[in-house]
Design a protein around this ligand. Structure first.
Ligand code: KG4
Ligand code: ZN
Length: 341
């Protein structure tokens, strides 16, 4: 089955063509980062308008790259939530209109299920069951995964998501949006151990996360250095390093706990923050001790993209799922409410 995947939940327009027999044929992305950067974060109205502009050219681009024609497309998958409603509606309306015009089915995909299944596009995909750490700009969740749609939420953030913590901390350090890659870049030059920030909620049992206090710790360190006249480039790098280490350590401790609790030794990390090299290294080290393995997608499939939506949608379409003609999206949508395959 040849599936066209459309992703428009936030500030990236992602389009891909996935073939259930031959794998990923083409994918294209337009990132709106430059559009939102001047505002220090995503402006929803601007995001929606830009998705409208980018969608059809990107669809033409992937068809050309794959050497396929619109008539070859057998189904359409689009992100139906969670995300920004206006942005989601652009993808949903476009998908439903094309599906109606071409006489093919359309399926709404859960954005986080898309992220979760992105490592399946790699050469050595994970096998069920596994524990998944979903770390994006909007979510930080630990999930036991027994199959597609068979999700048990083990724990999540009670406040900021991990990516959000990176973005907010970066902003108060005067770094551009999105902050995750910026902090990661500075942290590489930072001295380990100069700044030691808390590892929130690791001193008590449980699998919940709390990241909102970390940005305050980083801000305090930042202001103290400012007052002491020590706000050098090296200090910025050292604070970034301390912050990243606190997030990475906290995520590693909670993943280890989740693996112990479930008795599994296979871990999938997905979502924008799973592109972080320090996090990958720390989890790999931890899993080596458990004789297990960490799975993740190539960096451009960690952040938002159309390929993960085409893949996840294809699995649901193959199982016979699709939508009616109604165009409906959800800003909030618990992943464990999805039907199992
Ligand atoms: O999955 P994603 O593209 O969008 C959402 O669904 O939210 O994740 C975006 C988030 C942003 O917060 C961004 O700062 C973070 O992922 N991010 C990173 C890195 N690359 C992206 N955080 C830490 N290190 C990175 N290398
Ligand atoms: Zn995402």
């Amino acid at each position: 089955m040849l599936v066209l995947g459309l992703e428009t939940s936030c500030d990236e327009t992602g389009v891909a063509l996935y073939d259930s027999e031959r794998g990923l044929l083409a994918d294209a992305l337009f990132s709106q980062i430059d559009l939102h950067r001047v505002y220090g974060g995503v402006v929803p109205e601007l995001a929606s308008r830009d998705h409208v502009k980018r969608m059809l050219p990107l669809i033409r681009q992937v068809l050309a790259e794959a050497g396929r024609d619109a008539a070859d497309i057998q189904a359409i998958a689009y992100t139906a939530g969670p995300g920004l409603v206006g942005a989601l509606l652009v993808g949903a309306s476009c998908a439903q209109a094309l599906a109606f015009a071409w006489g093919v089915p359309a399926v709404g995909v859960h954005h986080m299920e898309g992220h979760l299944l992105a490592p399946m596009l790699e050469e050595q995909p994970p096998q069920f069951p596994f524990v998944a750490l979903l770390v994006s700009g909007g979510h930080t969740q630990l999930v036991r995964v027994d199959g597609i749609g068979r999700y048990e939420l083990l724990g999540e953030s009670i406040d900021d998501a991990a990516g959000e913590a990176f973005d907010k901390t970066a902003k108060l350090m005067g770094l551009p949006y999105p902050g995750g890659p910026e902090i990661a870049r500075l942290a590489e030059q930072g001295v380990a151990g100069r700044f030691k920030f808390p590892r929130p909620m690791t001193d008590r049992p449980g699998l919940e996360f709390s990241f909102s206090g970390l940005k305050t710790s980083a801000l305090n360190a930042w202001q103290q250095c400012q007052q002491a006249g020590d706000l050098t480039e090296q200090t910025r790098c050292d604070i970034a390093r301390g912050f990243q280490e606190a997030v990475v350590d906290t995520l590693t401790i909670k993943c280890q706990r989740a693996l112990k609790q479930t008795g599994l030794n296979s871990l999938v990390i997905a979502g924008g923050v799973s592109a972080n090299q320090a996090l990958r290294q720390s989890l790999e080290q931890m899993l080596a001790g458990l004789k297990g393995r960490v799975f993740y997608a190539r960096p451009r499939f960690c952040t938002d993209n159309g390929a993960m939506i085409a893949y996840a949608g294809c699995q649901r379409l193959l199982a016979g799922q699709h939508e009616g003609l109604a165009i409906s999206v959800q800003a909030r949508w618990p992943m464990d409410s999805l039907p199992p395959l």
